[in-house]
Ligand binder design. Structure first.
Ligand SMILES: [Zn+2]
Length: 533
């Protein structure tokens, strides 16, 4: 007698091995048996005839840290079959929280707060875990700890070089998070205050990782320059010098002058691997990225956090300096400004909501000003919270990254639920569609990957990289995180114009043995956990 029996399906087990016909039985929160079990009895039976039974997907790169706190349902991920989100990416985590109230305030401001008044009630990863588990969440999360949060707690959110004392304080906070189960350290080297740290600082922190084999250095790298993938080179150097495994987030070629060079980038990564660096990467299946517009301002103008930036924008002479530096320096690492490729996707100020969906070129035209002035006016009016989409990538480069043997899939998106507190703005469709898009567009419609390979890159391969030993595979004794997929129908529907649309073709999802999606509809059962390394 089993608790749950999934019969008649084709098992794609998450290892990359060929699919095979088998039934899958679950007892409690574990996979109990795999084989010809159609005549076994079970409390509940799911007919998966004609469907693929896969491990629940593990999304290697997400920002669901607070979205699941704000709305535990996480339907944008759950309905794609994602059962675990890796959180804490790009340097920013909601822990550690400094005892200093000013530093606590800036940390909260920086986390693009979904609901500014949402109570946190924790200081470290341990408290964050207890809070989320007490609340209940639809999917699991696997936490990293962020360099920006650590640096902010140890030395504030301003510019400045870390002293030996600062480094010691950061290492204490990092070690505490690692002791509490963080899977690694993330940096966001275009995002302050992580961006204020130099290579030596990150190497010094990664030395604390090296004492715990398998914990990852996950890097959102510094912007590549016209000279090549300089940000990746720095991350590889950090891995080599600190002796830690490196995982590169959201691979891309963003500078239009270097479009088409993805295979050269991956050749260089392979070369570093041959020279001894343990390196992997993730990518999401879109030719556009998204983040706050504030990182496009000069580094000095972002010092101290969002409200300090806004104060600078409201001072005419400081704003003029910001404008001059932006025009002179280019976008991020010096990329050419293409204002028609930068689209506003989230504005909090209701008087400026109409800008959502417009490029800065559009907004400038309606206001009769230069695009850079439209952008800075909007930033000031929205108190620095403007989120944008960058159409700065090519489909061809994305496919090159996606098919490379070192890559896995990471959406860079969050677990959102339409109509709820996380359902506002026009966020990047990756939040709702990345996994389903891989299976629908890049396995079935215009194949880049085979089905088993694609599922491997969204399950077993990710679990292996994280060191999660009991998830990511269909295997007896493993956690019962399952996705039943219709391989002929699975597809994403979210677009840049209308992103809050769920993927379809994933009729059943099981999280820790509990049915979380039944016949395509979420059940409201929240059995997710905060995993620990
Ligand atoms: Zn990032």
């Amino acid at each position: 007698m089993f608790d749950l029996l999934v019969t008649g399906g084709t098992v794609v087990d998450g290892t990359g091995a060929p699919a095979y016909r088998a039934d899958v039985a679950v007892n409690g929160d574990r996979i109990a048996a795999i084989g010809a079990l159609a005549h076994a009895s079970a409390a509940r039976t799911v007919d998966a005839t004609g469907k693929v039974v896969a491990p629940g997907f593990i999304d290697m790169h997400t920002h669901s840290d607070l979205t699941l706190r704000a709305d535990a349902r996480g339907w944008s991920k759950l309905r794609q079959g994602v059962t675990t989100d890796v959180v804490g990416n790009c340097g920013m985590t909601p822990y550690p929280v400094a005892a200093d109230p000013e530093r606590e305030r800036v940390l909260k401001e920086s986390l693009f707060a979904i609901a500014d008044d949402m109570p946190w009630g924790w200081h470290g990863l341990r408290g964050y875990r207890e809070t989320l588990q007490a609340q209940g969440i639809a999917i699991n999360v696997a936490p990293l700890v962020g360099h920006s949060a650590i640096r902010g707690a140890a030395m504030g959110f301003g510019e400045g070089h870390a002293t030996a004392d600062d480094l010691a304080a950061m290492r204490r906070l990092l070690s505490e998070a690692l002791d509490d189960g963080a899977f690694g350290l993330s940096t966001g080297l275009t995002l302050p205050p992580s961006s204020y740290g130099d290579t030596d600082e990150v190497v010094a922190l990664c030395a604390a990782l090296a004492a715990r084999p398998g914990r990852l250095y996950c890097s959102h790298v510094r912007g590549d320059t016209v000279d090549g993938p300089t940000g990746m080179r720095e991350a590889l150097e950090i891995g080599r010098r600190a002796g830690v495994p490196v995982h590169l987030a959201h691979m891309a070629v963003n500078d239009p002058r270097r479009w088409g060079t993805a295979s050269e980038v991956m050749d260089e990564m392979d070369g570093a691997a041959r020279a001894g660096v343990d390196v992997t990467c993730d990518v999401y299946p879109y030719a556009a990225s998204s983040s706050g517009f504030s990182q496009c301002l000069p580094g000095w103008a972002q010092s101290g956090g969002r409200l300090d930036t806004v104060a600078r924008l409201r001072d005419p002479s400081t704003r003029a300096r910001i404008r001059d530096d932006m025009e002179g320096d280019g976008l991020l690492a010096g990329w050419p400004w293409h204002w028609d490729r930068l689209m506003v996707c989230r504005v909090v100020n209701p008087e400026w909501r109409h800008a959502e969906g417009m490029t800065f070129a559009d907004l400038a035209a309606t206001r009769g000003v230069a695009p850079i002035d439209a952008a800075l006016d909007l930033m000031a009016a929205d108190e620095g919270r403007v989120q944008i989409i960058f159409f700065y990538r090519t489909e061809e480069d994305m496919r090159t990254f996606l098919r490379h043997p070192r890559s896995m899939v990471g959406s860079d998106g969050s677990a959102l639920t339409a109509g709820g507190p996380t359902g506002g703005g026009r966020p990047h469709p990756r939040n709702y569609g990345a996994a389903a898009r891989v299976l629908g567009r890049y396995v079935r419609e215009t194949p880049v990957l085979g089905l088993e390979d694609a599922i491997h890159r969204m399950s077993g391969k990710v679990a292996d990289r994280l060191g999660v030993r009991d998830r990511g595979r269909i295997r007896a004794g493993f956690a019962a995180d399952l996705a039943v997929i219709d391989p002929h129908a699975v597809v994403d529907h979210a677009t840049f114009e209308a992103p809050h649309q769920y993927a379809t073709g994933v009729p059943w999802v099981v999280v820790n043995g509990a049915v979380a999606v039944a016949d395509g509809e979420p059940t409201g059962v929240h059995r997710g956990r905060v995993l620990a390394a």
